[in-house]
Design a protein around this ligand. Structure first.
Ligand code: PNS
Length: 160
């Protein structure tokens, strides 16, 4: 029986309702969930890491056992430092499978004690991605049904 920390890593550039759905479901399954934003200096996103953390904090405020953090370098090194044994990832469709499979296998190869678990995204959110949100926002479209209400202004302001 696993009763430790679960880490849900990602770019979250920005967090979507699909991410929040997964975080809510993980918060029921695990005693503590850490949502970990990758801080990658080589791949700057639309939002800087501080903005992504702030958006996640507000989107997850209703979840008492969820913590928001950032990490740099290898995920498995971060996991070990946190004393966490489970990586959680979401699968939206078969198109996600190939890269997720590879990432899980590489992580297993270099850190066999860490397990990767997958949750299927709820069908309602299966089509949502951060890229789609950014594309719609960049053309002035209505993305409000794709992201938490508390971050809509952050996104609008970023494309002003
Ligand atoms: O939301 P994303 O962009 O699909 O998340 C990808 C992420 C951050 C989980 C992945 O790129 C990652 O873990 N990067 C850290 C570097 C690492 O550990 N690489 C080895 C596994 S391939």
């Amino acid at each position: 029986m696993y009763n430790g920390l679960c880490v849900y890593p990602g770019s979250f550039d920005p967090v979507t309702l699909g991410h929040v759905d997964l975080i809510e479901r993980a918060s029921v399954l695990f005693p503590e969930v850490v949502v970990a934003v990758l801080n990658n200096p080589d791949k700057r996103g639309k939002f800087d890491v501080a903005q992504r953390l702030s958006m996640l904090e507000r989107a997850c405020r209703h979840l008492a056992n969820v913590r928001i953090d950032s990490f740099g370098g290898l995920l498995v090194d971060y996991m070990r430092k946190q004393g966490a044994g489970i990586v959680l990832r979401g699968l939206r469709a078969v198109t996600d499978f190939e890269s997720e499979f590879q990432m899980a296998q590489v992580n297993r190869q270099i850190a066999p004690e860490i397990e990767t678990l997958f949750l299927m995204t709820s069908p309602h959110y299966a089509y949502i991605s951060s890229s789609a949100v950014k594309q719609i926002a960049s053309f002035g479209g209505d993305f409000s049904s794709l992201v938490p209400a508390v971050i809509i202004d952050d996104i609008r302001n970023a494309y002003r």
